[in-house]
Design a protein around this ligand. Sequence first.
Ligand code: PLP
Length: 388
Amino acid sequence: MTASLTAVTDALLGLYRRAPMEFVRGAGVHLYDTEGTAYLDFTSGIAVNALGYDDPGVKRAIIEAAETGVIHTSNLYRTAPGEQLAEKLVRASFADRVFFCNSGAEANEGAFKMARKWGRMVGGVAKHEIISLRGAFHGRLFGTVAATDRPQYRNPFRPLAGGIHLDELREVISAERTCAVIVEPIQGEGGVRVIEAAFLKALRELTKERNVLLILDEIQCGYGRTGTVFAYEQVGIEPDLLTIAKPMAAGLPMGAVLLTEAVAQAMQPGDHGTTFGGGPFVAHVANHVFDRISDPALLEHVRAMEHAMCELLAGVQRRSPKVRAVRGRGLMWGVDVTDPAKDVVARALDQKLLLVGAGDHTIRLLPPLVIGRDDLAKGIEQFEAAIG
Ligand code: PLP
């Protein structure tokens, strides 16, 4: 166990404006600081800790995985947990194949390469462009930041990766030049914007018509967060590729690309890879997480909490003139407030509630999927107090 922190270190690269408290313990939907003060978590480590903290099943899976003595072998050799998880994901989705990696951005970068290779196979080198939507967030690596609609993330790194565009779709989707369109069914960082089912259906039609791949980024909104394993299930469309990451291994780093056989045909050994992806330790834990988040009882619970959240937030909106709009699905909600979001987040911290913003005036609510009705109500009460 490492010693508790005293002074703030300047050894870490200063990329994050971190809150001052230091968390040393977690249980259920609470984190505890060095003083033993409990903080109710409406952030889940930004949509990662779907099963909350100190979950006995997760703990058991971690111990089982450690007890094999095989944390890592590299992808030179076969190991069972990754193969088993891939089979589960294929059975539960549109996909025929799965590629494992270590984060969300890495999953999207992988999906971009797969789309490019497929484009080359079906249409030659010209068919290489990837299009993302206004408001999108797909990650901070070179390809993904080019597909992310935040000037402050993009501009300091120009020139960005070529052939990746943020645009108005109908005009730019070209059968000759476009290989893929990438969309978050619910934009997370972009302000919890639920993309309408009708839009997604029309996009699916258009991409099919023009022989363009549809990539769904469910890194934040997928894996049970909206009350179904995948968010696309509620829309009634199927993508060609889908990326997931955050909650996959209960906080251990993991990501994945799910893809159809038609896209997989374009990829040959050596076309892509990663040292750690799908290793036996992380994949063993991820098997446990998948079994839990695909349990109909948990999904039913998320849908019940969606109703509770909807009612509670409607009450807040009725009472508070500082709330401009409320939107969301499942346990992923965005609330537009008149004050700067960072002020509301800071005041919530005083109430011992953890929140995260999504833009200058939007608060994101992402509690663990296992949250109960009482904690949900308590959190919303603290949130209302923080709104002021
Ligand atoms: N895509 C979406 C929709 C995300 O919300 C995120 C992270 O917030 C990413 C991609 C990037 O994931 P990571 O931070 O694991 O690279």
